[in-house]
Design a protein. Sequence first.
Length: 185
Amino acid sequence: MTSLPKSEKEKMLDGELYNAEDPVLIADRAHAAELQQRYNSIAHLPSTHFLLLQQILGSVGEESVIRSPFFFDYGYNIHLGRHVFLNFNCVLLDVNRITIGDKTQIGPGVQIYAADHPLDPALRRANLESGRPVHIGANVWIGGGSILLPGISVGDDAVIGAGSIVTHDVPAGAKVFGSPARIRD
């Protein structure tokens, strides 16, 4: 039995190289852009925002709040636990799964990247890119202006200091800060 070749969207979701200019992915991003514009243009009323988040995100737990403006690629790859808070101006590049655990608090201007690009210039010229999932545990605090790179896992109860660039996994309960972020006392 011969299996059908994977679609570009299936490749994207599986973390393989894919062509971001695929018509299905372009349509998905256009739909996400409409939802993003709508979300960012309405008055900040928690009940209204939560209802719209349920349409945008892959899943969202009760009493989670994302303050606008909020920016994302697709939305459907973002999964929030209960009581999650993202402050103003966060960017989640969700070409692959981004999971944020219960009661995690994320400061303003935080950027979480599941999107990645090949180091080989020929692959980049061919419009190929990839993604790696980002997992953030429960009760994590991420300070404003921090950046989390593709493939990062942050353990429960960790703290990431403001302005940090997280290039490696963060163990549960660790306190990290700096560029690159390192464990501190």
